[in-house]
Structures are given as structure tokens and as C-alpha cells.
Design a protein around this ligand. Structure first.
Ligand code: MLC
Ligand code: AMP
Length: 508
């Protein structure tokens, strides 16, 4: 089955029930399906078909979801892009993916125009009003749609449905190929685990260009025939109001979202009526035991934590009944997902000991686009190596606890930052000899990005402002260091290996 068939099937069943209420604008299942049909016809008219990569960079909007499902309904591959990407980042994704069509928000396009228009074989269409001498108009393409249009659903099963770029240890992002089977298997597993029904109403405050907001929250909702109350931007005060006033039953967030909700709760004059609420779900980064307990003390609700990854979709979840939700544990493998914890010798560690988490199942992606060797290294006998470290409690049905990461990764507010990518940008400055980028504990973001810099002798002084500017020009905002420390030398062991742990100790 093609994942976009979920929408057409639900449209037949749900008809005029609301699929999405985006900032107060109601989009019924029938409207959603009709919008996707129109876009599918327009894309077909532009020559888009099975296996073509279509990238889009638009703010969080109904259009983002319409495009996503329209692209998939033709058997093409969707590539949603963060509106905050800087020109160099964007150019890399468009070139690496070999995208043939790029649909861009007109306001976001101006700073990336020169780079994008130079990419061979890429057609660019801009949303919104106005004309650009070198890029086409998405509105004009839409006006040329011929309706009714029979969607081909020309890809299914192990065909790639979407690319999701995840950063890599070398600093270059890798395009994870996520298949129709992956998306559908995960939606079904979450449907069972969280007992979704069409009566559910989900408050959606997350970005639509990542697995969490797109595949877990939005697809999960459509799969159940439920309704999304969607905010363009997360604002804790508005979120509490909506949870009560919209009679929401479900909420999904990263720990930073919950941290901000708790801070807001303490200042609220009128507490929302949460009588309809069923589940607060957290993921994408570790929820601390303090956060878990504080949320329950304040609101009476116990957060359900789950664990996932771009390459694998969702892996594990705590249980639905409040007694089955435990702090610091990400729960049990989802239906159809197998987990092993493995030592450095490649053998399963004894139960209760820490090992690397390996995952197998229909949820696991097919590989990294154009990187056969990297893909081979990431799998062992069909098991995907997550790079996360954890242990399973044999006395509690193999409940999984994550304790750290074997991979060098900073998770800031649920966004992944690979230190190497930031180091590469800073080391390109002539005044910089070397840099170590580390993650330090942060009350709001969980971890914050910090750069420790050794300046080059005789190259003049370098200010932290110059370093920050270099980052802001070339990296999305969440990757930019919040602090810079200057040192004479970086700590290394006898083998010359950089000891970032000592830097973390010194600056935490
Ligand atoms: C925004 N900023 C961040 C940041 N988010 N800085 C560090 N870390 C972050 N996560 C910066 C911006 O660049 C900007 O900087 C300033 O903060 C204000 O921007 P904003 O847009 O107003 O941010 P805000 O609304 O405060 O965003 C916070 C947030 C957001 C928590 C709502 O980060 C967010 O939506 N995070 C969720 C990410 C997510 O969905 N991850 C899922 C990945 S999938 P300046 O300098 O310009 O002022 C995955 C798999 C799984 O991990 O298991 O789910
Ligand atoms: P991403 O590549 O953005 O999909 O991020 C995936 C990574 O986020 C995982 O490999 C984990 O390190 C981390 N992660 C996701 N959910 C959790 C969680 N509940 N607790 C701890 N880490 C998590």
C-alpha cells in the first residue's frame, strides 16, 4: 500500500469531519483529499512521477501537508525542508537528493535564490503572489490542474516514500530513505499502543519537517481518522488554552515543550479544564525524572515517554495505563519492533547490562541515499545500530532504559546537532586553529551547543561575535553555539585524542 492511500481511504469514511484545524481554519477530510488531488494533478502535469525527488521549503501550513501527500500519491519521494536552513545547507540537500522540483516559499527564497537557480536539472516554483524572472509560480501550476485526477499511487511497500536528512559524524548530512512500509507499520504500531480513535483530538505544535511532527503526530492522526488542532508555532500559553477549549485528547511534544508548559502553568490565572485529555506524549530527547515528576505534581498528568529515531521511526513506548508509565524509561518495544542491547564484541549483553541498542522490524529504513558503505556499516545481520546506549530490565518485561549515546550528538530542544558540522564551519575561519563543539546541560533545551576555540597565533584576534556570525550565516539557528570559550589548547590524551568529556566537566 502507498501511504497516501491512508488519506483517500479516510476521506471516504470521514467526509466532512475535521481533519485539521489550522490556526482556526477548518480543513475537513474531504477538503484535504480534494486539495491533495489538485496538487497531485499539478505535479503530474509538471512531469513528476515514481521515484522523483520533490523538495519543498514552506512555513508550517496546510500547504505543507497537502504537498507531502500529493507527492507521495504519485509514487514520488517527498523531501520536507526546515524553513530555517541557510543557503549552503539548502543547496546541499537539493543537490545531494538529486531533486528535480523545488517548491519554495517566496519569502524564504530571496536569500537562497542565486545558489538554487544554479542547480542543474532543478525546476523551482514559488508559492504566493508575485513574479520571479527565473522561477515559476506554484499557483500557476495549480491552476493548470485537471480534475478529477486519478492518483497513481505508483509506489508502495519497500519503495521510498520520503527522504529525511540526518546529520552525520563527518558533518555531512545523510538522506535516510523511509519507505511506505516503514510509515504504515509505524502508524499501525502507534495506533495499537496508544489506542487512537477517530474521536481523538491532537494538539499539534511541532514542526512538519521532522519525523515527530510529520510521521508520528500528523500521519498518526490521519491513520486514526482523528482531528488535529494545529498551531503554526508553539506558544505555551496558547497551547494550554487550546488543550482546554478545543477539548484535546492528545498532546505530543519534546521535553523543551513540556518544560515551557510547566513554567507557564505556574503563572496561569485560569487553569484549563483538561477533562477530555487522554495522553501527554514526549519524545525526541530524554525527559528527565525531574520533568516527569514535576509535570505530574503540577497537572496531575503522567507524561508517556516514547523513543524513536529518523531511521527507525518509533521504537519503544511506555504503556497506556498510567501505572505503565515510568520516569527515565522509554518503555517497551512497539508491536512488530525487535530490540537487542549489544556489547562492543557484537554479542548481546547479559540482561540488565548496558549495550548499544539495535533495532529490527518493518519500521527500519532501507538505507542512506547514495551511501552504500555507510548503510552497510549501520546494519549488522539485519539489525540497525542506533548509536544509543541502554539496558533492558528482565524483571519488568525487558523495559528499556536509555543511558547515553555512543554517537557524538547533541540534542537541543529535540533538534539534533552534530558537533562536527559546527566545528567544520568554525574551523573555516582563518583566525581559528581548532575547535571543539560540546553539549552542556540546559534547563530549557536539555542540552545547549557550546564552542571551545583555540585561536591561531598571529592571525589577529577573533571575537565570539565573529564566530557567532559565521555560524548564523551558514547554519540553521538551532545549531549555532549559545556560548564560546577561548582556550590556549584543547585537552588530549596520550594518543592525541581529544577529550571532550574534560571540556564538559570544566564548563558545565
Ligand atoms: C529554536 N531555537 C533553538 C531551538 N529552537 N535553539 C536551540 N535549540 C532549539 N531546539 C532558536 C532559534 O534559532 C532562535 O534563535 C530562537 O531559538 C527562537 O526561535 P523560535 O523559533 O521562536 O524557537 P522556539 O519556538 O522557542 O522553539 C523551541 C521549540 C523548537 C522547542 C518549540 O525547537 C521545536 O519545535 N523543537 C522540536 C523539534 C522536533 O520536532 N524534533 C523532532 C525530531 S524527530 P535566534 O538566535 O535566531 O534568536 C526525532 C525522532 C523522534 O527526534 O524520536 O521523535
Ligand atoms: P533523530 O535523528 O532526530 O531522529 O533523533 C534520534 C535520536 O533522538 C535517538 O537516536 C535518540 O538519541 C534520541 N531520542 C529520541 N527519543 C528519545 C527519548 N525518549 N529519550 C532519549 N533520547 C531520545
Amino acid at each position: 500500500m502507498n501511504v497516501a492511500q491512508v488519506l483517500s481511504t479516510q476521506a471516504r469514511k470521514q467526509g466532512t469531519r475535521a481533519a485539521i484545524i489550522f490556526e482556526g481554519q477548518v480543513c475537513t477530510y474531504a477538503d484535504f483529499d480534494a486539495a491533495v488531488e489538485r496538487r497531485a494533478s499539478a505535479l503530474h502535469g509538471l512531469g513528476i512521477g515514481r521515484g522523483d525527488r520533490v523538495a519543498y521549503q514552506v512555513p508550517k501550513s496546510l500547504e505543507a501537508l497537502f504537498l507531502h501527500f500529493a507527492i507521495q500519491s504519485l509514487g514520488a519521494i517527498t523531501l520536507p525542508l526546515n524553513p530555517d536552513y541557510r543557503p549552503e545547507e539548502l543547496e546541499y540537500f537539493l543537490r545531494d537528493s538529486g531533486s528535480c522540483l523545488f517548491i519554495a516559499d517566496r519569502r524564504l527564497f530571496a536569500p537562497v535564490r542565486a545558489q538554487v537557480l544554479e542547480i542543474p536539472g532543478l525546476q523551482t516554483l514559488l508559492t504566493g503572489e508575485g513574479a520571479d524572472p527565473d522561477a515559476g509560480s506554484w499557483a500557476e501550476a495549480l491552476a493548470a490542474a485537471v480534475l478529477p485526477f486519478e492518483r497513481t499511487y505508483a509506489a508502495a511497500g519497500d519503495d521510498t516514500a520520503m527522504f529525511c536528512y540526518t546529520s552525520g559524524t563527518t558533518g555531512r548530512s545523510k538522506g535516510a530513505m523511509i519507505t511506505h512500509r516503514n510509515l504504515l507499520a509505524n502508524a499501525e504500531a502507534l495506533h495499537q499502543m496508544w489506542a487512537w480513535t477517530e474521536s481523538d483530538r491532537l494538539l499539534h505544535v511541532l514542526p512538519l519537517f521532522h519525523v515527530h511532527g510529520l510521521n508520528v503526530a500528523a500521519l498518526g492522526c490521519l491513520y486514526a481518522g482523528a482531528t488535529m488542532i494545529m498551531h503554526e508555532k508553539f506558544d505555551p500559553k496558547r497551547a494550554w488554552t487550546a488543550l482546554g477549549a478545543e477539548r484535546c485528547t492528545l498532546m505530543m511534544g519534546v521535553p523543551t515543550v513540556y518544560q515551557r508548559l510547566m513554567n507557564e502553568w505556574e503563572t496561569l490565572a485560569d487553569r484549563p479544564d483538561l477533562a477530555a485529555m487522554r495522553l501527554f506524549i514526549s519524545g525526541s530527547a530524554p525527559l528527565s525524572d525531574t520533568q516527569f515528576r514535576r509535570f505530574e505534581q503540577l497537572t496531575g498528568w503522567r507524561i508517556l515517554e516514547r523513543y524513536g529515531m529518523t531511521e527507525t521511526g518509533m521504537i519503544a513506548s511506555n504503556r497506556l495505563e498510567p501505572g505503565g508509565r515510568k520516569e527515565k524509561s522509554v518503555g517497551y518495544p512497539l508491536p512488530g519492533v525487535a530490540i537487542r542491547t549489544v556489547g562492543s564484541d557484537g554479542e548481546a549483553v547479559p540482561a540488565g547490562e548496558v549495550g548499544e541498542v539495535w533495532v529490527r522490524g518493518d519500521n527500519v529504513f532501507s538505507g542512506y541515499w547514495g551511501l552504500e558503505e555507510k548503510t552497510r556499516e549501520s546494519f549488522v545481520a539485519g539489525w540497525f545500530r542506533t548509536g544509543d546506549l541502554g539496558w533492558c530490565d528482565p524483571a519488568d518485561g525487558d523495559r528499556l532504559y536509555l543511558v547515553g549515546r555512543a554517537k557524538e550528538l547533541i540534542i537541543s530542544g529535540g533538534f539534533n546537532v552534530y558537533p562536527k558540522e559546527v566545528e567544520n564551519v568554525l574551523e573555516a575561519l582563518p583566525e581559528v586553529r581548532e575547535v571543539a563543539v560540546i553539549g552542556l546541560p540546559d534547563d530549557d533545551f536539555g542540552e545547549r551547543v557550546v564552542a571551545v576555540v583555540v585561536a591561531k597565533e598571529g592571525a589577529g584576534t577573533v571575537s565570539d561575535e565573529a564566530l557567532m556570525r559565521q555560524c548564523r550565516d551558514r547554519l540553521a539557528g538551532y545549531k549555532c553555539p549559545r556560548q564560546v570559550h577561548f582556550v590556549d589548547e584543547l585537552p588530549r590524551n596520550a594518543m592525541g585524542k581529544l577529550q571532550k568529556n574534560l571540556l564538559v566537566e570544566r564548563y558545565r
